[in-house]
Design a protein around this ligand. Sequence first.
Ligand code: HEM
Ligand code: SF4
Length: 596
Amino acid sequence: MYQYTEFDRTFVRSRAAQFRDQIERWQSGKLSEDDFRPLRLQNGWYVQRHAPMLRVAVPYGELSSAQLRVLARVAREYDEPEAEVYRLASEAQRKLGTIRLPTHYAHFTTRTNVQFNWIPLAKAADVMDLLASVDMHGIQTSGNCIRNISCDERAGVAPDEVADPRPFAEIMRQWTTLHPEFAFLPRKFKIAITGAAEDRAATDWHDVGLHLLRNDAGELGFRVSAGGGMGRTPILGTVLREFLPWRHIMNYIEAVVRVYNQYGRRDNKYKARIKILVKAEGQRYIDDVEAEFRQIVEHDGGPHTIPQAELDRVSASFLSPQFARRAAHANSSGLDTLNAKAARHPLFERWLHRNVAQHKNPSMRIVTLSFKRLLQAPGDASADQLDLVAELADRFSAGEARVTHTQNLVLPWVHADDLFALWEAASNAGLASANVHLLTDMIACPGGDFCALANARSIPVAQAITERYQDLDELNDIGEIDLHISGCINSCGHHHSGHIGILGVDKDGKEWYQVTLGGSDGSATSGPAQPGKVIGPSFSAPEVPEVIEAVLSTYLAIRQEIGTRQEHFIETVRRVGLDPFKAAANDVRTNGERAA
Ligand code: HEM
Ligand code: SF4
């Protein structure tokens, strides 16, 4: 894992001290509400529906066990509202039909950050000090700046990887942090980066998507795309450069962001994301970026060109842990034992198949701990679970875990010999559901239970579907499928890229849900990234699980065999189009109205 230098540490700690001072001045009335607001936002402190919300950055999703333990401590000791706040929140929730709002937990997001929903602002300074003690902070997790750079969760360990993207992500993190030119962009700006053949970081859906590859001459570089994003207008990124030598990545991104900074629609916040500029200007935007890039490199001397020595220095922090380097060959007797255990324990076998992926080191595996389970919102982790993951990371994964874009945690350094022991420990903690990539492994935003911008709640819908689909045999029969839920058109739950997308909409002050089909985030089983299409007018909350059931029954009835396997849901949707699914879904509504 990357180790912060003394410079980074001093910076993060002094930032926490500065924030303590700002809070104290606000509390004593020396800073007005208006003056304090941007300062708290710049440190990741929002104010949401019921209480403040803290967003903590997790650069490229990597967490050490020490950081996990501090997150657990924050959840346990601080994620609790004042009594009056909780009373008012519970009262508001009762009207919506949700009785209990969970406290004492952390929430992992699709951009691999972590959020807390209840910490009182009066305790914010103590929390920031605690986070700073393990090099964590909330800088650039809010506002119109370059946000946390997200990555493939298998970076550096994936067998299908051309090069490790983390050193580049770290160099760019250092460069973009508090960069004055990028502090007040027209709108928020999100970069994702992968170095693998499969896109596990949804790069096409980002403001800038970076894909490491080699050209015909074997040189390393990036395919650079820009202008991807969701919201009201889902747009995929446009490729600006098929190949950019890696040394120039920051010079080029400077050009991309500078042109956006100059021409982005500051007059209208709904049109201010870079996607609108790239779509409106097309080739003209690309030409401007290229001209700016030439200016930066030829006239200004390429001030951000990455020297080989700097890449080597940062890469050295990402070397495999010692024990992983020692065992760089497959151990066939170990694999025999594993197979024997799998034969005796069908649940273990299922977990091996679903939650365990190949590693670039043949004697190691990448293991996903599932945070998708009954009675827990997707991506939520309790204080105890966080402590347990820290323990598992220490015992089995060189003290390291990663946050995934799909709101799970991954252990990247697990010896194949340890898989059974890990499975037993994870099962005892309820983190071994063998549902990775299946229907219940869904993405959801906090929705109306917590978010002030929501049109409808996401979590109860996620729960109702999870409750309906508890049978692992049935889930496996349905096969790989991405279900994504957002509580409003801001699309934090990525509903546009779900094979099935669910979007909360407001009609006459009531919660309704639009369903889309055929979206893709660009991962291997999903095929090329694309937005889903709406299958008709919206449904009420109780109808949603029935609609999902109707859509899936239709799929099961019409799917075909491809070789030795069944067609995936997304493949069937692409083959037959929306009509059969629309008909089945609309039947649910008709029946619902008759019943009412
Ligand atoms: C509850 C507090 C939150 C608030 C107030 C909030 C607000 C917003 C807003 C206003 C946007 C749209 C920006 C725009 O397009 O101009 C947005 C985008 C986004 N949010 Fe959130 N968000 C919250 C939590 C989350 C969470 C928990 C996640 C992850 C599960 C998340 C992930 C995202 C992502 C990925 C986008 C970009 C979507 C795109 O590509 O356009 N947000 N958020
Ligand atoms: S999609 Fe809407 S409801 Fe969900 S977190 Fe984002 S802003 Fe809130």
